[in-house]
Design a protein around this ligand. Structure first.
Ligand code: 5AD
Ligand code: SF4
Length: 484
């Protein structure tokens, strides 16, 4: 089926992203907006229609998708899990590496074919929407896309959908600004037991390889009252676990002038709500204070789990990355964490093949892994991001060399993962069982120090924290049986 659409030259009032504006940081006060509403007119748009949201990337995006789903349902759409009967497909995208980018364009290609058969509506939001190169590629090569919506104006989704339908044309609305805090967008949470809770948005660290400060705006902390209320409400609803989310959670509060309240204070107050489990991601080694270590150690419901991205073990590369800590100061922090927090689960992110990384630099990364003995690590080959300072650096390392380094690193990481998992053999641990396992007939969940466990247990255990005896330890997961 073919149907008429306006050509781009006819489309008025596009708000396209602009990387130069996205880089600007001022001391202007952050607006906290609390007036979200879906007008009656918009509530009818999705009647008898089905939507599918596909999420790429990090937990922030998972959390944003919960807002997207709630707004769409507020417009009358109902959810489907398959593209085959969807009337609206929203891609919530990730810009952090080239492969995430390619996956999205692959999906857009698939949707183009579908759209030749029936009038399916296609929207792109998330971090890729904030990139000039992406929006240009959509406008020139993906004319079947109906709307592009930026991260700063996610709350405008209902209006943007309506505008696109009314104009029968691509609607691009991407704000390249420092960002506000929108407090009251509705949420449709994916889980009834575990919840994501944003504590801050954006990032001001500007690591030289990273696109996030451009796509997510400046660091802006939510007010403690709003966070505590959200967690308290979750406790009343029966939630067992919250994960506090931010790009740099330990810098919480630093962006609010005169705010005498930091991440250690917040963790301690969230612990008082009585929620059974509290996690927090991601920590930057720079802002991790002794007070935070004490709060983790002294509160049983603050889980002994720290995700502390190291990125590289070489001081030369850390400097080129703009990470603002040294190998030595990182190791000092790790030793302090290990000494003070029993059963600590320590995980990290590592990039290999950053421009100018020599074999010696890479060996420094291997040696820091040997010292830290991470429980798990997310490892990546450096990916050039247009507009970031590292993109202008000479990168003469061949891809084959980078792949080789990644493989060597992964083997080492796997060795330590298995070693740390093996420590739990025959031990009885608390597992928050929250879903059916991929393994037939089993359920799965996480220990308090963040290890994935597959358990033989009746389905009624979903949502419970159960005592589980570990019977088998593998690199990525553990197997266990109920012990209660
Ligand atoms: N290339 C490769 N990995 C990256 N990360 C961020 N930007 C890039 C990039 N350009 C990794 C970092 C970060 C994690 C979320 O993604 O390790 O901690
Ligand atoms: Fe990116 Fe660095 Fe900010 Fe993390 S701290 S989001 S790696 S710029």
């Amino acid at each position: 089926m073919c149907y008429y659409r306006l050509e781009f030259s006819e489309v008025k009032n596009m708000e396209k992203p602009n990387l130069k504006d996205a880089r600007i940081r001022t001391h202007n006060k952050v607006n906290i907006i609390r007036n979200f509403k879906i007008s009656d007119e918009l509530k009818e748009i999705g009647k008898n229609k089905k939507y599918l949201v596909k999420t790429y990337g990090c937990q922030m995006n998972e959390r944003d998708s919960e807002n997207i789903c709630a707004m769409l349902e507020g417009m009358g759409y109902t959810r489907t899990n398959t593209i085959d009967n969807a009337d609206l497909v929203v891609l919530n995208t990730c810009a952090i590496r080239e492969n995430a980018h390619n996956k999205v364009f692959g999906m857009l290609g698939r949707l183009k074919h579908l759209k030749e058969e029936r009038p399916i509506m296609v929207g792109v939001c998330g971090c890729m929407a904030q990139e000039e190169v992406v929006v240009n590629e959509i406008m020139t090569k993906n004319k079947h896309v109906d709307f592009v919506l930026g991260t700063h104006n996610l709350h405008r989704l209902p209006e943007v959908i309506k505008n696109s339908i009314d104009k029968n044309a691509l609607e691009v609305e991407v704000w390249s600004k420092e960002g506000d805090i929108i407090e009251d967008i509705p949420i449709k949470r994916e889980s009834k037991y575990k919840a994501w809770v944003n504590i801050m948005y954006g990032c001001d660290k500007f690591c030289t390889y990273c696109i996030v400060p451009y796509t997510r705006g400046k660091q802006r902390s939510r007010l403690k009252e709003d966070i505590i209320k959200e967690v308290s409400d979750l406790v009343s609803e029966g939630y067992q676990e919250v994960t506090l989310l931010g790009q740099n959670v330990n810098a919480y509060g630093k962006d609010i002038e005169g705010y005498n309240y930091n991440m250690a204070n917040l963790l301690s107050d969230v612990a008082k709500t009585g929620i059974k489990r509290i996690k927090f991601v991601t920590s930057h080694p720079w802002d991790f204070t002794d007070d935070m270590i004490s709060v983790i150690r002294d509160n049983e419901n603050v889980l002994p789990y720290v995700h502390l991205p190291v990125q590289s073990g070489s001081n030369k590369i850390l400097k080129l990355m703009g990470r603002k800590y040294t190998r030595e100061s990182y190791l000092e922090l790790v030793h302090k964490l290990r000494e003070n927090i029993p059963n600590l689960c320590l995980t990290t992110d590592i990039i290999v093949g950053f421009p100018n990384e020599t074999d010696e630099d890479f060996n420094d990364t291997l040696s820091i892994v040997n010292e830290c003995k991470y429980d798990q690590a997310y490892t990546f080959i450096y990916s050039k991001r247009v507009g970031t300072p590292a993109a202008a650096m000479q990168d003469s390392i061949p891809l084959s060399k980078k792949e080789e380094r990644l493989q060597v690193l992964n083997e080492l990481i796997n060795k330590y993962s298995l070693e740390s998992n093996k420590k739990l053999l025959n031990k009885v641990v608390d597992v928050l069982i929250d879903c059916k396992s991929e393994k037939e007939g089993m359920l799965s969940g996480y220990t308090s120090n963040n290890k994935l466990v597959n358990v033989c247990a009746p389905i009624s255990y979903i949502g419970k924290i159960a005592k589980v005896k570990i019977t088998e330890c593998k690199t990525w997961s553990l197997d266990g049986v109920l012990d209660e």
